[in-house]
Ligand binder design. Sequence first.
Ligand SMILES: [Zn+2]
Length: 95
Amino acid sequence: MNLLKICPVCGYSKLSDTPYDECGFPTYIICPCCGFEFGFDDESNGFSFEEYRNKWIANGFVFFNKKKKPHLWNINMLKKQLENIEKVKYKSRFT
Ligand SMILES: [Zn+2]
């Protein structure tokens, strides 16, 4: 498992910590972009990354943390950000 501070749901690459530690335990940080909480939305709510991503995009991909929202946030930025997902190999127990 590569430990990158990239969200496996939306590809946001400036997370404050890695979503899971080296043993695969969730760090319970919340992605500022999609709002996914690692350890809660997967393990407690049962979302796979893909399910959550699809729901979030279908609901308008609202940037969760308004303070960290880029000045320009649109579908093109999202598409570029989603490419980051290929770099991460994180797995929750539900993916
Ligand atoms: Zn995210």
